[in-house]
Write a protein of this length. Structure first.
Length: 441
């Protein structure tokens, strides 16, 4: 109910009859205000005439007027400048803070029947996307403008994650890059474990052994808890002894090996191999922050990320299982490299651009996404079946953000596609079933 009231107020879907407050004063909405999605009143800086007098201030919306007290707005100074309380049910009067004899004007706002019917239809539908009945009819400008906004939203969200990570890592950009990169090398299923593992690596200590790949592998695999078991393999025994020495030297605490997931993983995604690839990348100094900033395009970044593995891992996926095939340097595939660029490099560049107030760096991040091929996953394929086809990784990132931040949590009323759905007539939606895309007539 309250979400619908927000929607009706924001888009001024008012009845033809005059709006009036509960005490009979006429209300004219000049501007509904700026929708606030954070703490505080729902709409900032609204302009409304109440009884012929112009008011500029904040508007709060509730299903029932008594929600004002249920949400403790009566003691919150952020709500002292509310000039209009919009409600579905005016079950009580609300006094102004500090002026108990002065009541806040209240408007009971009716929800148009078409909007309510369409919203009920949208809420009942389980398929993704729920709004598919209208997607095939939308102008390309409407789709592209919303996708562009979602791309930036996605990068802003990831910027927040990068900056939180940097704060945990002592404001060190190099460490932030390493941990962000490691998380991406988890390729989803082991992402959390890879991030926790990378945070346990003391890069300042490891840097003293950066010229010795074997010692780097010992620290990396040891910190992952992958040297705790017993294996009758000479390479393993050497690693275990080396790690015991380095662990004592640097007072290291390894992760538990239970953190890693192997079920339903292809061997090339096993943690052993991904950690060996990161060890080689670190050893060869192929990707650090200065290299990142100097790379001007996707091809330069691909060259930086062309990592491989040491001799043992060219014939192994674990310590015990030797492959029968010919040795392979186990380089990342082109698709995996592009995934690392999309999910690690671009967010780091964008976050650093925001940090340095460098709009050119932020723009380069967006251009990188636009230069990469679209990703291929369940989300992207579902939107393609509903007539929203991706042309680049920028589009697929937008659709991932749209699905996770709007579709899955049922935030359709904040979505431009949801707006287009709700503004259609119920007859149109009945003629275009939600389980099939509408024809583009």
């Amino acid at each position: 109910m309250e979400q619908l009231l927000h929607y009706v107020w924001k888009h001024k879907l008012f009845p033809l009859a005059p709006l009036t407050t509960t005490d009979g004063r006429q209300v004219e909405v000049i501007h509904p205000g700026l929708h606030n999605h954070d703490a505080g009143p729902d709409f900032f800086n609204a302009k409304v005439k109440i009884g012929g007098q112009l008011w500029v201030g904040n508007v709060e919306i509730h299903s029932r007027a008594s929600d004002w007290y249920r949400h403790h707005h009566d003691t919150d100074p952020a709500y002292a400048n509310v000039v209009l309380h919009v409600v579905g049910d005016a079950d009580m009067e609300i006094p102004q803070q500090g002026e108990p004899a002065q009541m806040i004007p209240q408007l009971v706002l009716p929800i148009p029947s078409d909007v309510r019917e369409n919203y009920d239809r949208l809420s009942r539908h389980d398929g993704m996307p729920r709004c598919r009945a209208v997607l095939g009819t939308l102008p390309s400008l409407t789709i592209h403008s919303w996708m562009s906004a979602l791309q930036v939203e996605r990068l802003e969200q990831r910027t927040k994650q990068v900056m939180e990570r940097r704060s945990r890592l002592g404001m060190d950009w190099e460490a932030t890059l390493f941990v962000t990169l490691a998380r991406t090398f988890g390729f989803g299923i082991n992402g959390d474990a890879m991030e926790q593992w990378a945070q346990s690596i003391p890069l300042s200590a490891v840097g003293k052994h950066r010229d010795d790949l074997f010692q780097i592998e010992a620290i990396f695999l040891g910190q992952a808890g992958l040297l705790e078991a017993a294996h009758d393999v000479p390479y393993f025994v050497r690693l275990q002894k080396e790690y015991a020495y380095l662990r004592h030297k640097f007072t290291l605490i390894p992760l538990s090996a239970d953190r890693w997931r192997f079920a339903r993983l292809r061997p090339q995604n096993f943690p052993y191999l991904r950690i060996a690839q990161l060890a080689m990348l670190y050893y060869e100094r192929r990707l650090n922050f200065s290299c990142l900033l100097e790379a001007k395009d996707a091809e330069s970044l691909r060259n930086l990320l062309q990592t491989h593995v040491s001799e043992f891992w060219q014939t192994h996926y674990t310590f015990d299982s030797e492959t029968s095939s010919q040795p392979s340097d186990r380089r990342l595939s082109d698709t995996s490299i592009d995934s690392v660029i999309i999910n690690a490099v671009v967010p780091i560049l964008f976050a650093y651009g925001r940090y340095k107030s460098d709009e050119q760096l932020c723009e380069r991040s967006l251009q990188l996404l636009e230069s990469l091929k679209p990703e291929n996953n369940n989300i992207v394929r579902a939107w393609a079946r509903a007539c929203v086809v991706s042309e680049s990784a920028a589009d697929t990132q937008a659709l991932i953000h749209l699905t996770r931040q709007y579709c899955e949590p049922h935030n359709c009323l904040r979505c431009r596609f949801g707006y287009e759905y709700l503004r259609r007539t119920p007859d149109f939606l009945a003629e275009n079933p939600e389980n099939q895309p509408a024809t583009n007539g």
